[in-house]
Unconditional design. Structure first.
Ligand code: MN
Ligand code: MN
Length: 303
């Protein structure tokens, strides 16, 4: 395995964490999602980093992959449980870190937030070369269940490669029987997700599509689609991008989203649809990124 530049990774991690802290402080009833996104992404850009992916701001039954749309009008409600997931990037080294915050004025979400945070801390304490991913998953689900919740079984941690957010290894949030062992020097992200006991514990794709990925060049006829594809290939050919980032190319919602769908049909781009708990139950998440060591791990991003 190629030796990772851990110091550079920590700089990427720090920028990601700073941006998330800025975002977390802004999450209040009535605040607009797009202002939070602009502040977090603006911080990373100002620090001279690229983006590993657009900031994900996923509310209540959404588990992941919502990012504000072009000219998004959405605002946070009174009792929202909000997942913030983001990463800066440098030379293909990708940050990936997340936390959950609540807009409730009481502590109704407190134990759910603790469940995923404690599960994450427990998992981190187990990370070392030779640790089996199913044992980590078992510990994650035990912590979540001890708080009266259940893990989401079809989301989990993963290896992180250069320009590759989901590489090689999968780290489940329950005991899935996978004997795969962690290897020294591996960069991984661990991300426990919890939902209510009477939820399904499974996420499915919802309707919203705001995050896209360039796949390959393609011949498209419509002028708008050609313009859009050119901009995507120039600026966002490696990491996932947000539809709203292309507002300087097509600043009309209908034109932008129709052209994105035209490019999807042509195979030039793909999408990451928003992921929702299949029963609509609320979801919490915490995520950290670390390098696997011989006897422990070196955390590069945690919030
Ligand atoms: Mn993430
Ligand atoms: Mn991740």
């Amino acid at each position: 395995m190629e030796k990772l530049d851990v110091e550079k990774l920590k700089e990427v991690g720090n920028a990601s964490v700073e941006a998330l802290n800025i975002a977390a402080q802004m999450i209040k009833p009535g605040a607009k999602l797009i202002d939070v996104a602009k502040a977090a992404e603006g911080h990373v850009a100002e620090k001279g980093f690229d983006f590993a992916f657009p900031i994900n701001i996923s509310i209540n039954g959404q588990a992941a992959h919502y990012t504000p749309s072009l000219n998004d009008e959405l605002a946070f409600g009174e009792n929202d449980i909000v997942k913030l997931d983001f990463g800066a990037a440098k030379d293909g080294l990708l940050g990936d870190v997340a936390l959950t915050v609540s807009t409730a004025s009481d502590n109704r979400h407190a134990s759910m937030l603790e469940a995923t945070k404690e599960a994450l801390d427990e998992a981190i304490s187990m990370v070392k070369a030779g640790a089996r991913v199913s044992d980590i998953g078992k510990a994650i689900s035990a912590k979540i269940e001890a708080k009266g919740f259940q893990p989401i079984r079809n989301l989990g941690g993963h290896g992180v490669g250069v320009h590759n957010l989901h590489a090689d290894i999968f780290i489940p949030n329950y005991d899935n029987g996978d004997d795969t062992a962690l290897e020294e020097g591996q960069l991984i992200a661990i991300e426990p997700f919890a939902t209510l006991k009477n939820g399904k514990g499974i996420v499915v794709e919802g309707d919203a599509e705001e995050i896209f990925q360039f796949e390959q060049s393609a011949n498209v006829r419509m002028e708008n689609s050609r313009k859009l594809l050119k901009a995507i290939m120039e600026k966002y050919s490696t990491e996932p991008f947000a539809a709203r980032w292309l507002g300087s190319v097509l600043n009309d919602r209908f034109a932008l989203y129709s052209s994105l769908h035209d490019l999807m049909r042509a195979g030039a781009i793909s999408s990451y649809p928003v992921l929702v708990e299949s029963s609509g139950a609320i979801v919490s998440q915490h995520e950290a990124e670390m390098v696997v060591g011989k006897d422990s791990c070196d955390v590069v991003a945690i919030v």
